[in-house]
Design a protein around this ligand. Structure first.
Ligand SMILES: Nc1ncnc2c1ncn2[C@@H]1O[C@H](COP(=O)(O)OP(=O)(O)OP(=O)(O)O)[C@@H](O)[C@H]1O
Length: 539
């Protein structure tokens, strides 16, 4: 039966019952069922009639719950089939609905029903319904902000007079299984554009949300993953967040470029810090070209649950960060803290062994021929060249750590992450981020490190320019590759950063459900990875 028609019939039944009540109909007797039983007529009248009599008694004794709310006298005077009265018991929980003024009619209409909220659970109010009255107060010519106090003032129950909108049955929220990981922090309190702060939901980068409604282009509804009973909250849609991102004009992309002094390359594919301007020009060129490529605004990434069992191999841990931020320091601390748990993949190079360096500890020293053969045979996870020598990490060196049951730590250029075979290594990407410049000055002012000017023993301290470069490069990396980062660690105080990293990796090793990018389970991924051999050389 058509939904609207059903409601009209219910209203008519309600009216009839009220009519009978006004006529003061008198029951035949108070205890019809009991009397019938006594007279042993029960066999004759049978069960059906007995039930009928019990219903009669219940009606006669007015023994029914809940009592019908009185229909206002004029309720059916209007368009008879389009008005309904809804009475909701008020609890401490908010109603879970937002209202707006319909621009064409000026009517107050229900803009959203939050999934799992009181209004949603009642099943009586729907998006698009027009509110005519709240607790007997007509809403004609009222603004939404004038209606809200009426709702707030209601004590135990709120009574609505509603003209139903066109209602389509929603898919129950537990049937919608779209999970996303937030790639940005969101606080409704700091967002002047949110339609209703109370209905919105705050979240942090990395939180996993279940999207339960995407009908609206700008505001979706979501709840925390694994919290099926909670009321959904409004979150900015992907489109809205992307628009905001583009409007922000990220700072590092529009900054005038300047040549950068000493900044090092990751040890996995380059030796150490550089200082000459020529070298740095090429280093910066690489970043500029990448930055002006495709931009990926950080909104949400689709994730799926993946069960990690105790017997499973550890995931590959990839550490990323601007040079000098402390990636090697953190790796070193991890290995020292638990050498049975953590291992480092040893990079390959075609350059000569220097001073104290040891084969298989600092590098695997190989010939150019062998290195190029490995490139052609897709044996390298990542590689590049610096000062005419190749540097790279082989799949073998990662496997060598993994077969010992250790968690393999490696650092790669972020552009290489997408080429790592995700189904095999399940990479967990940690971005090591510098703190603000004041904290960098405070924590690194006296730090001495080795820099390469042909002499590996040369020691120097960070300059103000190094700090600024670190921050700029970090922002650029985050803008371009932030969607790949599973965890961001700010390396201000090194003890705190190390503790946070260790906790994160310990959680990663635990059996249980982990959220991984949905694209890992898509067949197109393998195809992309097969082309990795051609792309890894593009630094
Ligand atoms: N939070 C910190 N506070 C103070 N000093 C730090 C901190 N983190 C790292 N350092 C020091 O900064 C120097 C550079 O760190 P590290 O070599 O780990 O950088 P990196 O990110 O690996 O850079 P590169 O790849 O160029 O070697 C080291 O001397 C290290 O001990």
């Amino acid at each position: 039966m058509h939904y609207k028609h059903k409601r009209t019939l219910v209203l008519q039944i309600h009216e009839r019952l009220k009519c009978f009540e006004r006529q003061s109909c008198i029951p035949v007797m108070e205890q019809a069922a009991f009397t019938a039983l006594e007279k042993q007529f029960v066999i004759l009248i049978g069960c059906i009639l007995q039930n009928l009599l019990q219903v009669h008694d219940a009606v006669a004794q007015k023994d029914f719950e809940p009592s019908l709310a009185p229909v206002p006298d004029d309720a059916l005077d209007e368009e008879e089939d389009s008005v309904k009265i809804v009475s909701l018991v008020k609890t401490k929980e908010p109603l879970g609905a937002t209202i707006k003024k319909d621009k064409s009619t000026g009517a107050i209409v229900v803009a959203r029903i939050m999934r799992g909220g009181a209004a949603d659970k009642s099943g009586l109010i729907h998006e698009g319904d027009e509110l005519k009255e709240v607790n007997g107060v007509p809403l004609e010519y009222k603004k939404p902000k004038e209606v809200l106090p009426l709702l707030a003032r209601s004590q135990s129950e709120i009574k609505f007079k509603i003209v139903p909108g066109s209602f389509t049955e929603d898919l129950p929220s537990d049937k919608i299984k779209l999970f996303v990981q937030a790639l940005f922090d969101y606080s409704p309190l700091e967002d002047p554009t949110v339609p209703c702060k109370d209905a919105a939901m705050a979240f942090k980068r990395g939180d996993v949300l279940q999207i339960v409604n995407m009908d609206d282009d700008t505001w979706w509804q979501a709840r925390s993953a694994g919290n099926d009973d909670s009321r959904a909250g409004l979150i900015p849609s992907k489109q809205l967040q992307e628009r905001r991102f583009m409007l922000q004009r990220p700072k590092p992309l529009f900054k005038p470029q300047r040549p950068r002094p000493a900044a090092g390359l990751r040890r996995s594919f380059r030796l150490s810090r550089k200082s000459s301007r020529t070298k740095n020009a090429s280093w910066f060129w690489r970043w500029s070209t990448e930055v002006h490529g495709v931009l990926c605004p950080h909104t949400y990434r689709e994730v799926v649950p993946s069960l990690r069992e105790a017997k499973d191999k550890h995931r590959l841990v990839i550490l990323i960060g601007p040079s000098g931020v402390g990636v090697n320091e953190l790796k070193r601390r991890l290995v020292i803290s638990d050498p049975d748990r953590y291992g480092i993949s040893v990079p390959y190079t075609t350059r000569e062994k220097k001073g104290q360096e040891r084969e298989g500890v600092d590098y695997h020293f190989v010939s150019v021929h062998k290195f190029e053969e490995d490139i052609l045979n897709h044996r390298l996870i990542e590689y590049g060249s610096y000062r005419g020598h190749y540097y790279g990490t082989s799949l073998d060196s990662v496997h060598r750590v993994m077969v010992t049951g250790k968690m393999c730590l490696m650092d790669v250029h972020p552009s290489k992450v997408k080429f790592i075979d995700a189904s095999k290594f399940k990479p967990h990407v940690v971005f090591v981020k510098p703190p603000n410049i004041e904290e960098l000055r405070l924590t690194r002012r006296r730090v001495k490190f080795l820099c390469d000017k042909g002499d590996p023993n040369q020691v120097r301290t960070f300059t103000e320019e190094n700090f600024q470069d670190m921050i700029d490069l970090s922002e650029t990396m985050e803008i371009q590759y932030g969607h790949l980062f599973d965890k961001i660690i700010i390396n201000g105080d090194v003890t705190t950063a190390f503790k946070e990293l260790k906790e994160d990796l310990e959680k990663l090793a635990e059996p249980g459900v982990q959220w991984v990018p949905a694209e890992w389970s898509r067949p197109t991924l393998k195809k992309t990875q097969r082309s990795c051999g051609h792309l890894t050389g593009l630094f």
